[in-house]
Design a protein around this ligand. Structure first.
Ligand code: FEO
Length: 390
């Protein structure tokens, strides 16, 4: 997308497709790149909604110029202060000395600190505040902690367009509308798992707030614009509520296939019973895929070997990632193995004790699992299947 696109009456997509970006948050791979969606509303008083990642300022400005003289823009709305959406705020405000920045009150603090915006150029939007564009009107909806404290939504009243920044987004440089994707669910779930799941309670509040709002178009700041908002709204309704499926996620680190042998035994049994599962050897898995399967799994089976008298460092990383993401799973099973001095299980239990899971059981093996060990793994699997069906 290398041009401004009119996506509604007087509403233009002026965002950037970053086809080459390959990692986000120094954490999740981006196999399809991402986009930094910015929108321009042409009106008697014109407005930009969000900006773009640093490095794309000039191409963004050129796109805006296809539609309007940037000096004729009166307002710049900052729904979220993270640099991928607000990084070009100082650039724009230095070019257009008259334009005002509209943000939440927390957003104002961040605009002052992160972007050096002069205080007299900031208009603070409280929940429900409106700003007249002359022939059109914007309404601001407070939606904090999605996933920073200052986040808010902007609603273009006459066209029923909701601008949600990160919320409802996903990482892809491809396409412009949801109809350009065969299936939005997995990509949206990956994104939700990493960015929004730790703040699901605030996500639920935001969802409650927009219930009843007439919405023709949802314009997030990553990924496609939703011409069929109901699909993504119903997915988020499920995810923010913490409703899970009869499904197990396996995340493990195995050195000599001792952990992996137990995982094989468990997944064979689940497969035979028709129970869904996601299985991730942390060494060669995409953390984004793990984020996605954590969103709706009812149980987690976590395994890590002992190495150098500690839980394997990748296991420590994986366990802490699970803890930070706050998945809604109810049950956990822990697997560990050792050669001569067991220590992984204690560290694992220590990390998992800080989470809300009911520990269904654990299994430690000294080297490869014996026949007796595998019988115990079978019993543990049966118990887990019963639990997730309750
Ligand atoms: Fe896409 Fe929180 O920035």
């Amino acid at each position: 997308m290398d041009k401004a696109v009119e996506i509604g009456k007087g509403l233009y997509y002026v965002g950037i497709k970053d086809y080459d970006r390959r990692v986000f948050d120094a954490l999740v791979p981006l196999p399809r790149g991402t986009s930094y969606n910015s929108y321009l509303i042409k009106a008697e008083r014109s407005v930009l909604i969000d900006t773009v990642n640093p490095g794309f300022e000039q191409v963004w400005l050129d796109r805006i110029k296809e539609v309007i003289n940037p000096q004729d823009i009166q307002y710049l709305v900052m729904n979220h202060a993270e640099p991928d959406h607000a990084g070009a705020v100082p650039y724009f405000l230095s070019l257009n000395k008259k334009a005002k920045l509209i943000s939440s009150s927390q957003g104002k603090n961040l605009a002052l600190r992160f972007y050096g915006v002069a205080e007299d150029r900031i208009i603070v939007a409280q929940d429900g505040d409106t700003v007249s564009l002359g022939d059109r009107q914007l309404r601001f909806i407070s939606a904090p902690m999605l996933h920073w404290p200052e986040t808010m939504f902007t609603y273009l009243e006459d066209a029923a367009v909701l601008f949600t920044c990160d919320f409802f987004g996903f990482h892809s440089a491809k396409g412009l509308f949801d109809s350009d994707f065969e299936d939005i669910e997995f990509e949206a779930k990956k994104y939700y798992g990493e960015i929004m799941m730790p703040f699901s309670a605030m996500g639920k509040k935001a969802m409650d707030k927009i219930k009843g709002l007439n919405i023709n178009l949802i314009c997030p700041s990553h990924g496609p614009i939703y011409q069929n908002p109901q699909r993504i709204v119903s997915l988020y309704d499920k995810w923010v509520s913490g409703r899970t499926d009869e499904k197990v996620i396996f995340v493990y680190v195995s050195m000599w296939k001792n952990i992996e042998g137990m995982v094989d035994r468990m997944t064979d049994k689940l497969l035979a019973a028709g129970v869904k599962f996601g299985r991730y050897n942390f060494l060669n898995s995409d953390p984004g895929d793990i984020c996605a399967d954590l969103v709706d799994s009812r149980a987690i089976v976590f395994g890590a070997a002992t190495v150098l008298s500690s839980m394997h460092p990748l296991g420590i990383y994986a366990a802490n990632l699970v803890r930070l993401l706050k998945p809604p799973a109810k049950y956990a099973v822990l697997l560990s193995s050792y050669g001569w001095a067991e220590s992984a299980s204690k560290e694992m239990q220590n990390i998992f004790s800080k989470m809300q899971f009911e520990l269904v059981g654990s299994k430690i093996t000294n080297g490869p699992a014996s026949e007796q060990d595998l019988k115990e793994v079978d019993a543990l699997t049966e118990k887990l299947m019963q639990k997730i069906k309750e």
